[in-house]
Design a protein around this ligand. Structure first.
Ligand code: SF4
Ligand code: F3S
Length: 113
């Protein structure tokens, strides 16, 4: 199993999660983060850090976000590692509780650390 970042992170990217991960498994896209499923040790430390409640243990992922298992896997290699907190996206507060952001996921790699 691994922990998964799901839709609520899109267009927010608060990055509080990255500072607590003991094994540096977050990777950064332009408007979303993913967790490297092969590196995550299932410690759960990142879950309470996320203001949008975007992170779930794979077994607890809501049905509507099951496809994020594949999405996290898919973008781990092309996106760089992020371990340092940075400013959230400018529109973060506006989109924190918005649904229907799936199509807004930008495949462009983020800058990383
Ligand atoms: Fe990192 Fe632990 Fe979160 Fe996995 S569950 S991404 S190891 S903080
Ligand atoms: Fe995204 Fe939440 Fe981390 S919004 S960047 S998963 S703190």
């Amino acid at each position: 199993m691994a922990y998964i970042v799901a839709e609520p992170c899109i267009k927010c990217k608060y990055t509080d999660c990255v500072t607590v991960c003991p094994v540096d498994c977050f990777h950064e896209g332009a408007n979303f983060l993913v967790i490297d499923p092969d590196t995550c040790i299932d410690c759960g430390a990142c879950i309470p850090e996320c203001p949008t409640v975007a992170i779930f243990a794979e077994d607890d992922l809501p049905e509507k976000w099951k496809h994020y298992v594949e999405i996290n896997k898919q973008y781990t290699a092309p996106w760089p590692v992020i371990t340092k907190k940075k400013d959230a996206l400018p529109e973060a507060d506006q989109f924190k509780t918005a649904e229907g952001k799936d199509a807004d996921l930008d495949p462009t790699p983020g800058p990383g650390d």
